[in-house]
Design a protein around this ligand. Structure first.
Ligand SMILES: [Zn+2]
Length: 77
């Protein structure tokens, strides 16, 4: 299973670099992978969902962002 070195931060559009080193046995479903954005410095914690690729990975990030947006709406500061 291939996990990308970088993803695009959905908040600012900059690259987010992988912090987590690949396990010796390779990535497995359920492994969590952390990324740090080079733009806004946000940390992204993603979970390896299945073996079908990067698309799932980025959609996970989008869902995560939707959750953050909801929180912002609930707590307007
Ligand atoms: Zn960012």
């Amino acid at each position: 299973m291939e996990i990308p070195e970088t993803i695009i931060c959905v908040d600012c559009g900059q690259e987010a670099r992988r912090l987590t080193l690949p396990p010796e046995e390779g990535w497995e479903i359920g492994d969590s992978v952390a990324y740090r954005c080079t733009g806004c410095n946000d940390r992204w914690d993603l979970v390896v969902a299945d073996d079908t690729a990067e698309a799932n990975f980025t959609s996970y990030a989008s869902e995560y962002r939707a959750i953050l947006e909801e929180r912002r709406l609930e707590d307007p500061t």
